[in-house]
Design a protein around this ligand. Structure first.
Ligand code: FE2
Length: 310
């Protein structure tokens, strides 16, 4: 039984908070809703989540944590008990969450030492409908991590959080390179990429629709922000993609129209991404090659098995 309901936010530690804030609250289109000493909380205007991105000033660049929601405090307790019983390394017991919106939650390390937070009862943020032509993120769509042991990482999330495999990307010479995992009917809220080390592969933000996604993509292109890959439309998930590098080299994505699946009937597919029509159904994106792929390896995460201070 799956007790996780959805992806909430991704929290990054950054050596240059000011420049990252300027990027995300500026051209990327998030809204800074709260600050604390060395912390910036950024919301997506159409999302009930208090924030979808937290930035923390730190010497070491790392992913602080990835946060998921549960339906009730009782579900939070059940999950915490199950994880502890199954030998998962816990960081905190269920209790009051101290970040904006409060709530009830706990933290643990996944198999490679990423910090994961599960919470319920977080107060919803007053949000608003994004208007036609408004090219700012509606919500956080998904988070993808690089893993040096992707099979083990996928198995961890399947076993302990009951995430389900939606699709895989394979290559005739390299084997399976990407696993798309869901925690609800969205094709993926989380994915695992085979990489040289654990790190953030990319964080993806959903735009209102194709027009808004293209307007946002154009704004980033015109600004001179380094584009990694896109614009295009993936086969797996059927979502559009434009990947850029933030000022510290984290890959971030604008997407839209990610597929919803019928969880009762869905069978995971195997997509050979050496076929250009699998990588990009439209044929508008630059070719994916090893040089493009390497841009999203990111720096080795400095926060493995190290709980963030907040
Ligand atoms: Fe993505």
């Amino acid at each position: 039984m799956r007790l996780v309901t959805h992806l909430r936010h991704v929290d990054l530690a950054v050596p240059d908070l000011a420049v990252e804030r300027d990027f995300y609250a500026g051209i990327w289109g998030l809204t800074e809703v709260a600050t604390d000493s060395g912390l910036s909380f950024l919301a997506a205007e159409d999302s009930p989540e208090q924030y979808v991105l937290r930035l923390r000033a730190a010497t070491d660049k790392r992913v602080d944590l990835i946060a998921f929601g549960a339906a009730t405090p009782a579900d939070v307790d059940t999950l915490a008990l199950q994880l502890a019983r199954d030998g998962v390394r816990m960081i905190s017991e269920p209790g009051a969450v101290a970040t904006p919106g409060g709530g009830y939650g706990f933290r643990f390390f996944d198999n490679e030492g990423r910090t994961v937070e599960i919470s319920a009862d977080v107060a919803p943020r007053t949000h608003r409908r994004i208007e036609e032509g408004e090219s700012v993120p509606v919500r956080l769509s998904h988070v993808v991590v690089n893993s040096a042991d992707p099979e083990g990482t996928v198995a961890f999330y399947e076993r302990h959080l009951a995430f389900a495999l939606s699709d895989r990307l394979t290559h005739p010479g390299m084997g399976t390179m990407m696993w798309f995992l869901r925690c609800n009917d969205r094709h993926h809220s989380f994915a695992v990429a085979r990489g040289p080390h654990p790190s953030l592969h990319h964080a993806s933000f959903e735009l209102r629709g194709i027009d808004e996604y293209m307007r946002g993509t154009g704004r980033l292109l015109r600004s001179g922000t380094e584009k990694v890959w896109g614009p295009g439309r993936h086969k797996a998930g059927n979502n559009t993609f434009s990947y850029f590098l933030d000022p510290l080299g984290n890959t971030v994505e604008y997407t839209t129209e990610l597929e919803r699946v019928d969880e009762n009937t869905w069978h995971p597919g195997l997509h050979d991404f050496s076929d250009p029509a699998v990588s990009d159904q439209w044929g508008t994106a630059n070719a994916m090659d090893e040089f493009v792929a390497k841009k999203s390896f990111n720096d080795p995460d400095k926060g493995l098995f190290l709980a963030p201070p907040v």
